[in-house]
Design a protein around this ligand. Structure first.
Ligand SMILES: Cc1cc2nc3c(=O)[nH]c(=O)nc-3n(C[C@H](O)[C@H](O)[C@H](O)COP(=O)(O)O)c2cc1C
Length: 267
């Protein structure tokens, strides 16, 4: 598995070839999800659903029947934990040639929540279709990609900082962390808002969320930050580095609205 290549090549797939997955493939992905860790060690319960069998509808997806869904207790850090684990599965699927799209909004949520047996106090943040990508995008998918500028990302210097938020970090200035931070930059996010910001201070990479609007309660953009942390750690591991997770707000002066999420000590 060449993770950075998988990160570069991954895109959300909404048009599939209409064929069932190869025998055992969905079960392998389910096993990968069940084994996926997250830095908060929060348990997630995973299952496979069939759109036909379970009567589910996802208007943006064409040609796939199998869905991966996860649910967990609604508790602090559930969003980041879920995003981290889910993205690990997305990258594994990518390495196996299986297309995915993380879906939180454009689906029959009530139907999915019924199908996973969601109980009081639980959340089912996102689901994803699993299938072989079609050769050509549907017109709707092409329009959706254009609408959210899905092929572009904010520049490195707007996302990453050197010591403090008033000192933008260049790719050259990032040294050995250039590729792990580029992996963060390329991560998928809800409506492609890329709410992650990272400040490097000595051995530490401090992750912040710059939310696109003020929120109380459930925050889908924290799922994005979990995804970004997964990209960072995975790309760093590929280079032989280690990242030690810490929840220890360094108290930096942060821009209006930015929220501290977590840190990694990099070695
Ligand atoms: C947390 C999250 C929620 C998302 N929800 C949806 C959704 O409801 N419907 C959809 O079509 N795409 C959804 N996406 C996919 C994003 O639109 C997509 O990742 C982004 O536009 C970047 O495109 P890319 O994944 O092809 O790089 C979601 C992505 C994330 C990370």
């Amino acid at each position: 598995m060449n993770t950075f290549e998988d990160i570069k090549n991954r895109r959300s797939v909404r048009t599939f070839d209409g064929e069932p997955l190869a025998d055992g493939m969905a079960e392998s992905i389910l096993a990968c999800a069940r084994a996926a860790e997250n830095p908060y060690a929060l348990p997630i319960e995973w299952c496979l659903l069939s759109a036909k069998r379970d009567g589910l509808s996802v208007p943006v997806i064409v040609g796939a029947d199998t869905y991966l869904a996860g649910k967990m207790k609604a508790e602090p850090h559930a969003e980041e934990a879920f995003g981290y684990s889910f993205e690990h599965v997305v990258l594994t699927a990518q390495s196996l040639g299986i297309g995915t799209t993380i879906i939180a909004g454009t689906m029959d949520r009530a139907g999915f929540e019924r199908a996973v047996g969601l109980a009081e106090g639980e959340v089912m943040p996102c689901v994803s279709p699993l299938g072989c990508p079609a050769k050509k995008l549907s017109v709707r998918e092409a329009m959706m990609r254009k609408g959210v500028k899905a092929d572009s990302r904010l520049p490195f210097e707007e996302l990453f900082f050197d010591g403090s938020f008033d000192k933008p970090l260049t790719p050259e200035g990032a040294g050995v962390l250039r590729q792990p931070l580029e992996a963060v930059r390329l991560a998928p996010s809800a409506v492609n808002k890329q709410p992650w910001r990272v400040v490097l201070c000595g051995d530490y990479a401090h992750f912040y969320e710059q939310p696109s609007k003020e929120r109380t309660g459930w925050d889908i953009q924290k799922v994005d930050i979990g995804i970004a942390m997964c990209h960072f750690v995975t790309a760093l591991h590929e280079l032989g580095g280690t990242a030690t997770f810490a929840l220890d707000d360094p108290g930096l002066n942060a821009p209006q609205g930015a929220v501290y999420i977590a840190s990694y000590r990099v070695q």
